[in-house]
Each structure stands twice: as structure tokens, then as C-alpha cells.
Ligand binder design. Structure first.
Ligand code: K7E
Ligand code: CUA
Length: 623
């Protein structure tokens, strides 16, 4: 039997064992669920009576839908889809001028990891950041109105999968790359992988006043693949830690070739030191981006060996440790920042790779936690009592264990194959230990069938007691990667947009609605209100616009209804256009009227008893 066959056989046995364990757990829980009173007490825990609100917002990644899904916890009711990287006809996102420009022509994105802005290590509820693995972008959602406010493209990246995560005061939003590529979008054959291809981490900043990103600098790293990483806290707040796989430099057949080594690395990077170095002029200019080479800045970047192909690394709430979850090694490894700092201080390095000093595994590792039969650990979450929770992808369960002692406290099944889990306030310095949601890749037979491809699923687990209690499973659109759960008191959305008479293109008095023509441009400064459109107050038909075929048309619409939830839509029949104006908002729709004819305009958002009457005409005279 050769090594590959042995590996495959042991893999198959592992999966079979995992399924058996999941089945035993499932059978066990089914028995429990026959108990009507237990079901009743579970239902009571998640029932939110009419007129009351959920205690938490769950901000969940929408994966390759490119959207953000907002849920209420504990009811698990879906509240809103927020378009981030993808156009959305329901809200006109990607149709109006500003959002169209932000999307930059892309029609999809792959959003994995939301990160809420932090102050002193706690979610502050102001902004949410998102990564796009599909098209190398980072986005910010303004949580005062749940709108995407900025998107920035990142050069030199091959899918920023290993972000986003923020430093303690949102000084940086970090995004390490998944795939290595040649710098500067250059060409290089795969045979030149080790020399020409680079792993890159992007360190971006976000200006909360201007609501805009900036790319502060990038660091060029070995062409390993980087996976979900985390920022330090408290004693480790100057650091970020990143897991890697494919230290084998496989350029083909990764599933076998990138799993050869028994150890990959965790990269530790001191962003404070790098920030100082950049200020002092370090870094090369790669097409306008400041690129730091670890060889040029000593004492800022180190590597720690870790069990093969880890998937996630998470820093404990007190900031003293980082925990790697093994994926291919069935264990969690606890590393100590204190030990790492000591080894760095003493320059106790085992070797150097790509100019990066490598610390000794035994010198930094504190303990290995290996629950019997638990397979495929991916990510770690925390409660307020010193416990960690790990998702086990292969054995389909969540394992609770104590960080200090390493003792396994409880295990509960999930349905099925959890990727991430998210605990209430889970990534902060003060998680509150109430709920955990397992975000599963598979739902199997949990829900009414909708054909061969089932929805994904999420499990709500009560973690407030010593034992975890599985409460319920709910379906979710693909693809649940990560989520953050924040207490509702920290989110303060505005009720309506403030009336601002100086706002560009806005019109507030009905008599001011007008049409201005400049050459072949037609600017309509219009009003949307219950229950009519006013495009031109001086015209006989105030809700009709006549243009010539080929004209550039700009509908600048202001919604002058300053009442909560009175949003007006604006659809143009047969022109493939729709956008919206929320209460008090001004929005612009720009297009070329290249089709002659008569096109009804109508409000697409039900706004009053006379909503159906809220309409008008676009008349396009043939050339
Ligand atoms: Cu799905 Cu965080 Cu992209 Cu793990 S990742 S599961
Ligand atoms: Cu405005 Cu319907």
C-alpha cells in the first residue's frame, strides 16, 4: 500500500467515524425531542412576542450572493438582505449612480467574513466591513442606515479570504490573500511559483467621517495560502496572527499536494512596528502601493509551526493566547503570546524562511486539545467564563472546552457540517456567553425539499449553562460562512434622512421641481411623495418627461416624505431600470434613452393606499 492510498483510506475511515458519531448524537437528540415539555421550553426561549424585539442582531455573510444577511437572535427571523458586492433590484442597489460606480461593473462577489468596527476591543456598532474573495474587494456597510458606503479594490491579491478582521480600535482592517499571484498584476508561469508568486496581506484604514477606505500598505509574504486570521487584543493588541496552508508550494492538485507537510505556519505580524517603518519611509512602490518586504523590517514578522493545514486562528478574549483549529489535524492547538514574545526577545529562532525567523513549536505551544473522535475542527468562539467552542466539520458537532485546563466540557451535534460558529459578542474582549449559532454547510433532510440542492442551515445553541442546549435549526441561503452577533443596544439606525436643503441635487418644495436641459443631457430635479411624482412643477403634466432618443437622462429624485418606512421605488417599464429613494433621501438614476417610445414610470414600493396611482411617463421621441 503506498502512502497516498494509506492517506485516502485513513481519510475515508475518519469521515465514516465522524458520520457514525453524528448519527449517534442525532439519534440521541431525537429521543430528547420526543419530550414535549423540552420542546416547549425551547420554543419559549426563542419566542419573541409581537411588539417586542430580538435581543441581538446577527450580521451573517451571504457568501457568493455577495450580500449581507441580517437576522434577529434568538428568534432567528431574517430581517433584511443588505446588498454589498452584488446589484440588487429590490433596492435599486447598483442601478443608481453612486452604487453603480461603487460596484465598478462587477456583478458578483464572495463575502465570507463580516467584521464590526471596534473601540477598545468591543463592537461599537458603527460600521461593518466585508471581504470579497471573488473579486479582491473590501466593503464598508454604514450601520446607521444599513447601506454599503464604500468599496475598495485591492491590488496584488488572489482573493482576500483571510480577512476581514479589525484591530482593537479599528486602526486597521486586515485582509491576507488566499492565492499567491505575481505582484503588480504581472504574468509569470506556474513553474516560477516559488520565485515570482507572492502572498500578500493588505492593511487598510477607514475614515469614519468621510466613510472611505484607504490602502495604508501591503506586506509581501511567501507564496503560501493564508486562511482566516485574527487581530490581537490587550497584551497582544499590536499583533495580528495568520494561518497558512500550502507551504508545499503546490501549483496543481492542491488537495493532495498541499497536505504533504506535517506542519504549516502561523505568521505573527506586529502592525505597530510596520506602521512606524512605513512612516520612516520603508517599502517599495509597486504601481502606487507601498509594499513591505519582511527582510527590510526586522523584528516585525515571525512564523510559528502549526499542525498541518489549519483553517482558522482565533485570539482569546483576554488576548493572552491564539488558538489554531486543525482541519486536517483533529485538534486545537493553544499558543501563548507570552511564550512567543519571550522567544522573540531571546532571538530563539530555529531557522529562517523567506527572511522570516521561525520560532520553535514547543517554545510557543501551550497545549494540544484533542477530543476523542472529534474531526475537522475549523473555527473557535468564546464565552465569558473562559471556555472555547469549536466547530467540527467532519464529525458535525460543536465542542465546548476550557481554555485554561484543556478539559472537554460538552459536545452537541449540528445539522450538518458546521463551518464557522458565532457567539454573542464573540470576537470582542467581552463575549457575553448567551448564544452560539453554528453556520452549517449542509441541511440534508431538515427542511421541505426544494430539489437536489438543499438550503444551508444554522443551528441556534444556548450556551448560557454548563451544558450546551441545541434549540433549533433554520434554513439559510448559501453560503453561510461567518457572522457576528451584536447586542441591539449598540446599533442605532437613523429613522429618516435629515432634511438638508443644501444637499446636491435635492428639491424640497413641490414648486421647485424642474427639468433642465444642457445639450443632450436632461436633468430632472424631481420629487417623490405620497402619492405622486413631480418632475416639472411648471408643466401641464407634472409627472411626464419628454426626451429625445439618445439623450442622457438624469433623474435626481428626492423623497420629501419624512416619515419612517415611506420609501418610494422608481421603475421604468421596459427599460430594465429600478431604484429607490428612502424617506428624506436624494438619489440619482442616470441612463441613455436609446430606445424610442412611451415608457410608464411607476413606484415599485407600496407606500400608501394610492400607491398604485403613483406613476408617470417617460416619452422618448425618435431621432
Ligand atoms: Cu467558510 Cu471562514 Cu471562508 Cu471557514 S471560511 S468555514
Ligand atoms: Cu411611492 Cu409607492
Amino acid at each position: 500500500m503506498n502512502r497516498t492510498t494509506a492517506r485516502i483510506i485513513s481519510g475515508v475511515l475518519g469521515i465514516a467515524l465522524g458520520l457514525l458519531i453524528a448519527f449517534v448524537f442525532f439519534a440521541d437528540l431525537n429521543k430528547g425531542e420526543e419530550n414535549a415539555s423540552s420542546n416547549k421550553s425551547k420554543a419559549e426561549k426563542v419566542f419573541v412576542p409581537y411588539g417586542e424585539l430580538d435581543e441581538y442582531y446577527m450580521m451573517a455573510s451571504g457568501g457568493h450572493s455577495g450580500q449581507l444577511f441580517v437576522y434577529g437572535v434568538p428568534s432567528m427571523r431574517k430581517i433584511r438582505t443588505v446588498p454589498v458586492f452584488t446589484p440588487d433590484p429590490a433596492t435599486g442597489y447598483g442601478y443608481d449612480d453612486k452604487t453603480k460606480e461603487m460596484l465598478g461593473g462587477y456583478t458578483w462577489g464572495d463575502f465570507h467574513h463580516p467584521a464590526i468596527s471596534e473601540t477598545a476591543g468591543d463592537y461599537d456598532g458603527e460600521f461593518l466591513f466585508a471581504n470579497d474573495v471573488g473579486n479582491n474587494r473590501v466593503a464598508a456597510v454604514d450601520l446607521s442606515n444599513f447601506h454599503t458606503t464604500d468599496i475598495m479594490s485591492l491590488p496584488n491579491m488572489g482573493g482576500p479570504h483571510a480577512g476581514v478582521f479589525v484591530t482593537e480600535n479599528t486602526e486597521y482592517i486586515a485582509l491576507p490573500t488566499r492565492f499567491a499571484r505575481p505582484l503588480g498584476d504581472e504574468y509569470a508561469p506556474l513553474d516560477k511559483y516559488e520565485e515570482e508568486y507572492k502572498g500578500v496581506v493588505s492593511m487598510t484604514t477607514f475614515d469614519r467621517e468621510k466613510k472611505k477606505f484607504d490602502l495604508a500598505y501591503q506586506v509581501v509574504l511567501p507564496p503560501w495560502s493564508y486562511d482566516l486570521s485574527d487581530a490581537g487584543k490587550k497584551m497582544s493588541s499590536d499583533w495580528i496572527v495568520m494561518t497558512t496552508y500550502n507551504t508545499e508550494f503546490a501549483t496543481t492538485n492542491q488537495e493532495i499536494n498541499a497536505s504533504q507537510h506535517d506542519r504549516d505556519y502561523i505568521v505573527m505580524m506586529n502592525w505597530k512596528k510596520l506602521e512606524e517603518a512605513v512612516k520612516a519611509g520603508a517599502g517599495n512602490d509597486i504601481k502606487g502601493t507601498t509594499m513591505i518586504d519582511p527582510r527590510d523590517v526586522k523584528g516585525a514578522i515571525f512564523a510559528v509551526p502549526v499542525a498541518k493545514s489549519p483553517h482558522g486562528v482565533d485570539v482569546t478574549p483576554d488576548g493572552t493566547r491564539f488558538i489554531a483549529a486543525g482541519k486536517l489535524a483533529p485538534m486545537m492547538t493553544v499558543f501563548s503570546f507570552e511564550k512567543a514574545f519571550e522567544a522573540i526577545e531571546k532571538e530563539n529562532f530555529k531557522e529562517e524562511t523567506f527572511g522570516i525567523p521561525v520560532l520553535g513549536y514547543e517554545d510557543v505551544m501551550e497545549k494540544e486539545v484533542d477530543p476523542p473522535g472529534a474531526l475537522g475542527p475549523l473555527h473557535t468562539q468564546f464565552d465569558d467564563r473562559g471556555n472555547a467552542f469549536n466547530t467540527m466539520f467532519i464529525s458535525s458537532e460543536v465542542v465546548k472546552w476550557n481554555i485554561e485546563s484543556g478539559e472537554v466540557i460538552d459536545r452537541t451535534p449540528s445539522y450538518f457540517s458546521p463551518g464557522h460558529a458565532s457567539a454573542t459578542e464573540g470576537d470582542t474582549v467581552s463575549p457575553d456567553g448567551k448564544w452560539l449559532v453554528a453556520l452549517n454547510k449542509i441541511a440534508k433532510d431538515n427542511f421541505l425539499s426544494v430539489g437536489p440542492s438543499h438550503p444551508e442551515s444554522m443551528d441556534l445553541i444556548d450556551i448560557s449553562g454548563e451544558k450546551m442546549e441545541h434549540i433549533m435549526a433554520v434554513p439559510v441561503d448559501p453560503e453561510p460562512h461567518y457572522a457576528q452577533i451584536i447586542h441591539r443596544d449598540k446599533i442605532n439606525p437613523i429613522k429618516v434622512y435629515e432634511k438638508d436643503e443644501d444637499r446636491e441635487n435635492s428639491v424640497w418644495k413641490q414648486e421647485d421641481a424642474r427639468i433642465e436641459r444642457k445639450g443632450n443631457e436632461v436633468h430632472i430635479y424631481g420629487i417623490a411623495m405620497r402619492s405622486k411624482f413631480i418632475f416639472d412643477a411648471s408643466a401641464e403634466r407634472q409627472d411626464a418627461v419628454s426626451v429625445k432618443q439618445g439623450d442622457k437622462v438624469f433623474f435626481h429624485m428626492t423623497n420629501i416624505d419624512l416619515d419612517q418606512d415611506i420609501t418610494h421605488g422608481f421603475g421604468i417599464n421596459d427599460y430594465n431600470l429600478n431604484f429607490e429613494v428612502q424617506p428624506g433621501q436624494t438619489n440619482t438614476l442616470e441612463f441613455t434613452a436609446d430606445k424610442a417610445g412611451v415608457y410608464p414610470i411607476y413606484c415599485t414600493n407600496f407606500c400608501s393606499a394610492l400607491h398604485q396611482e403613483m406613476s408617470g411617463y417617460l416619452l422618448v421621441e425618435p431621432k
